[in-house]
Every structure is written in C-alpha cells, then in structure tokens.
Design a binder for this molecule. Structure first.
Ligand code: SF4
Ligand code: SF4
Length: 392
C-alpha cells in the first residue's frame, strides 16, 4: 500500500468533485455508527459518523505518514455498502456514496488494498474477478444444455461471475435453469460476451474501469436484443437497474426469487417433495434493505412442503446483518475476529436451523467459508437449490 496522498486542504474539493457532496448534510448525530454492522464486531471500532466531518474540514487523507495513511485506508475500506446507515440517517446521508468518493481519490493515487487492486485488474483484463478465461464463462452450462440467447426467448439469464466460475456456486445456476425449464420459461445466456456487472468496481472507487466494463455489457445486452434480464445476484440486479440506465441501458431486470414467487403463484412451479428441515433465511442487504424484496423469498421457501421457516431474532428483514461481502469486502482477507459472516452464521445456528438459506452468491460464499472455518453444523444453500430439490 504505497503512494502519496494529496498533502493540503484541496482534498476536500477533490472528494466533493468525486461525489462526496452529501458530507455537508451530516449533523453528527451518530445514528450511523450505532446501526453499522461493525458495531457488532467487538474487536473493531469504526467511528464512521466522523467521516463526513473529516471531509468537510479536509482533515482526511492529508497525512504523509505511512502509518496514518495505512490506518485511514483500512478505515475507508471497512464500509461494506450495506446501507444500514443510509436507510436510518435522519438527513438521508449516503455514507457509502461519500466513501466511494474518498475511494476514488485513493484509487487515483494507487493507495488502495492490493487484493482490491488485483481484482480490479482481473475484471478489466478477463471480465471476472477470478482472472478466469472469458471463453470459460459458459462452462457451467455446458452439461445443462443451456442455449445462447437468440433474441426470441423470454429472458437473458445472467448468473453473476461467482456462479459462472465457482464450482460450488455453479450448482445455484444449474438449479435455477432446472426450475425455469420445469416452469416452461425460455431463456438463453450471453456466455463470454458478458462481463462482471462491476458493481464492486464502482464501490471500491475504480470508476474508470467500472465505466469501461459496464459500457461493454450494455453494448452486449443491446446487440443481443435483450429486453428482460434474469439475475441470480442482487448485486447485478441493483447495478443493472439503478446504474446502467444512466449509461444508456434499456432493459428490465428481475431477481430470480421474484420470478420463482410468480411462477409458484401461477402454479407453473409446484414444489412437492418434502424437505424435512428447519431453514432460516438471511436477507441480503442488496435484495432486502436496498430493494425492498423481503416477502418473496419467504413465500418461495414457505411453498416447500415440510420446511419450517425460522427468523433470526432482532436481525432480520431491514435489520439484517451484512455478510461482509459488499463493496469489495468479498475480496478482502479479514483477520479472524473481524468477519461479519462469522457473527451472522452464529446468529443463524443459534436459531436451531439445519440450513441457512440465501439469495445472493456473495452471501453463499461468505457464509460457507465461515461455517467451514468455525466447524458449525449448518448447511448454506441458495433458495434456488432448495426449490429445485422440491420440484419433481
Ligand atoms: S446518521 Fe446521518 S446525520 Fe447522523 S452522523 Fe450519520 S451520516 Fe451524519
Ligand atoms: S453502509 Fe453499512 S458498513 Fe458502510 S458505514 Fe453504512 S452501515 Fe457501516
């Protein structure tokens, strides 16, 4: 982590120019710090309410002491963009937006964590954060006989980089296509023509690479004639629906749990095989708090016979605790004792559930890592997998 930081008061104007103007709306009430998931992590103090003030006074990123720089960079990259703060801020301040502006300055000066820098480079060169070959993006679909989108099907199915390349998460994409087929929904994929949605690029501050990758996706969707895109990841959903239109995208986006709920209501999907398990559902920040999709996943789970649906007390629905994977968190190695996902799987296990159900590939990956390292007797499954298992 090296590089020089702007050494004078110009830092304030630079952050404001990069999109941090909301710092002026903050009146230091401290609500954000109280609801931030870092307040659940005993070993970390993250006084995030001070950040807007530091921006206003230009008292951030203005040291040349390497230790100060390292401490500030760590703090700025703590924010996981869960928006627990912005949904409760009495002045509607978006701290993730302010953080993003600060991060843009850090990226510009090359002073951001090397793991993030590596992921940015891999997305820029290969179209995915793993650095896997672009041509292998459709490998997960090869034995499932999934067609390339030809403009005539109901949906372009965009599974997200994690299910496209990660062997565990591929099962989610395959479960999804099984359910769609049983319901008679037609779909195709773009395969190697598609790249990462790049949500995390924008959130870590790599705005130029975000613009470049998003533009190439928008062109690929337009050239394919896509009007309806079905996604597995709520991160893709939010980015396609909320950020791509400002760059000219013109297509509708649906998260698969919403489609599953509709297909079950229309009796095109009829879950009938009993599960015989207790399941607790984790609301992903991007699907729940940020998109208001709370009941659809619960309705899908409740349609599965012999599934007892549990809730995590105090921390469900809009109070859900982030898995820690947002805004680049999935690419950062956090030391033991600083992992939100560890706290979340403990909360889930304490309900007595056999299965922790998720609807986001980041949550799946973060929670599976935690369950393994903590040795918990808890399975982590995507709703698509539970649904597909119940369809006969
Ligand atoms: S909740 Fe909003 S107004 Fe209060 S300190 Fe945080 S950002 Fe500022
Ligand atoms: S977005 Fe989440 S992690 Fe970031 S400051 Fe707000 S509450 Fe904390």
């Amino acid at each position: 982590m090296a590089g020089k930081i702007i050494p004078d008061g110009d830092i304030r104007d630079a952050i404001l120019d990069a999109g941090g103007e909301q710092a002026y709306k903050c009146y230091q009430c401290g609500t954000c710090m109280a609801v931030c998931p870092w307040s659940q992590v005993d070993s970390v103090v993250f006084p995030v309410y001070r950040t807007p003030q530091a921006v206003k006074y230009g008292s951030i990123l203005n040291s040349e002491d390497p230790e100060d720089i390292e401490r500030e960079v760590t703090e700025v990259y703590r924010c996981v963009g869960c928006e627990a703060c912005s949904t409760r801020c009495p002045h509607a301040v978006s701290l993730p937006r302010i953080m993003r502006a600060i991060r843009r300055i850090l990226v510009e000066f090359g002073s951001f964590p090397p793991e993030l820098s590596d992921s940015v480079t891999r997305i820029q060169s290969a179209g995915n954060p793993f650095g896997e070959e672009r041509e292998r993006r459709a490998d997960w679909a090869s034995d499932a006989d999934v067609p390339i989108f030809d403009g005539g099907q109901d949906f372009v199915y965009s599974p997200c980089c994690v299910p496209a390349y990660d062997p565990r998460a591929m099962k989610v994409a395959r479960a999804t296509v099984n359910a769609l087929r049983l319901a008679g929904v037609s779909f195709g994929i773009l395969g190697g023509k598609e790249s990462c949605c790049s949500e995390s690029l924008r959130r870590v501050g790599a705005e130029d690479v975000f613009q470049e990758t998003a533009s190439s996706n928008i062109t690929a969707f337009a050239q394919a004639g896509a009007t309806n895109v079905l996604v597995t990841s709520p991160h893709c959903m939010c980015t396609f629906a909320n950020e791509y239109p400002e760059m000219g995208a013109d297509f509708q986006v649906t998260h698969q749990v919403v489609l599953f709920q509709q297909l079950i209501r229309e009796e095109k999907l009829n879950p009938s095989r009993p599960l015989g398990k207790r399941v607790v559902y984790h609301d992903p920040c991007t699907l729940g708090r940020q998109s208001g999709i709370f009941e659809q996943p619960r309705e899908v789970l409740s349609s599965i016979p012999d599934l007892e649906l549990l809730e995590i007390p105090h921390f469900s629905h809009e109070n859900s605790l982030c898995c820690g994977g947002g805004s680049g968190g999935i690419w950062l190695e956090r030391p033991k004792g600083e992992r939100m996902s560890d706290i979340r799987v403990e909360q889930a296990a304490a309900t007595g559930a056999d299965i922790l159900a998720v609807a986001c590939p980041y949550c799946l990956q973060m929670f599976e890592d935690s369950v393994k390292t903590m040795g918990l007797d808890l399975e982590v499954k995507d709703i698509a997998e539970l649904l597909a298992d119940s369809l006969v």
